[in-house]
Design a protein around this ligand. Sequence first.
Ligand code: GZL
Length: 322
Amino acid sequence: MPLPIRRTILAAVAAAACAAVIIPAQAAKPLTIGFSQVGAESEWRTANTASIKAAAKQAGVNLKFADAQQQQQNQVKAIRSFIAQRVDVIAFSPVVETGWETVLREAKNAKIPVILTDRSVKVSDPSLYVSFIGSDFVEEGRRAGRWLLDYAKKNPNKALNIVELQGTVGSAPATDRKTGFAEVIAGNPKLKIIRSQTGDFTRAKGKEVMEAFLKSEGKNINVLFAHNDDMAIGAIQAIEEAGLKPGKDIVIVSIDGVRGAFEAMMQGKLNVTVECNPLLGPTLVQTAQSVVAGKPVPKRITVDEGVFPAEAAAKEFPNRKY
Ligand code: GZL
C-alpha cells in the first residue's frame, strides 16, 4: 500500500479515535447544606444526627455540620457562618421556638433557602423557611395521655398522681407534648399533675429532678410522664435508688421510642413509649435537592409514628432502626 494512502488512513483513524473520547462535562458542583444541630443531649438526637450524616454521604452532599450544645446563640452563629460561606441550603433543628426572625431574615436576604427539621419556630413571616420536616408533638402528647386514660380505666381503684419531666423550656416538643397530654388527661379528674419541671431532655437532669420529686412527694407519686426516654431512664435510676420499683410502684409513660426505652420495658421498668421518629436524613436531603432544583415542596412534612407498650417491646425490639 503506497505510503501516502497509509498515512491518510492512519490520520483518519487517529482523528476518529480522538472524536470518540467523551470529554467529561464539568462535573456538577455537589449540593452544599449547612446544618445546625441542637446538640447531643439524647439517644434520639444521636440517631437524628447519624441519619442526617448518612443521607448526606449517600447522596454526595457536602454537609457542613455544627453542634450547638443546646445553646441558641451557637445556632445563630452557625447560621450566619453558613450564610457567609454561601451554602446552597441551610437546615437546622431550632433548640427553642422563638428568637429566629433576625437571622432567618438575613438568610432570606442572602437568597439561601432554610429547611427546619425536627423542631419548628414561631415567626411572623412563614416565608422565612421553606419547609418543616418532623413530628406532630401535640399528637405525641395526646397518645401518651390516651395510654394513661386507658390504664386508669383498667385500674379504677388506683391513685393516679402524676409528676412530669418536661423537655427543654421553650422548645416545640416540650410545649406541644405538655399541651397534648394535658388536653387528653382532662378527661379523667383522678389524673392530676402534682409536680412538673424541666429535665432538659437529658438523663442526668431527669434523674436529678426525679430525686427532688421523690424527696418532696415520696409515695404520693403514682405516675411519671417524661417528655423523652432519656429523662425517663434517668428517673428510673432515681426511683430504684429510693427503694421503689419503676414500672410498678410508679407507672412510667415516655416519648421517643429509643433502644434504651425498649430495654427498660423488657426489664419491666417502663410501661410505654410513644415513638418520635428521628430518621429524618433522607427526607431532608431529598427536600433540599428539590428546593435547589426549583421544584415545589410541602410546607410541612410529617413522619409516621407508633405507640409501643411494654407488652409489645420484645417483639418489636429486633425491628428497631434507632
Ligand atoms: C423531638 C426532639 C426531642 C426528643 C428528645 O423531635 O426534638 O429532642 O424527644 C431530643 O430526645 O432531645
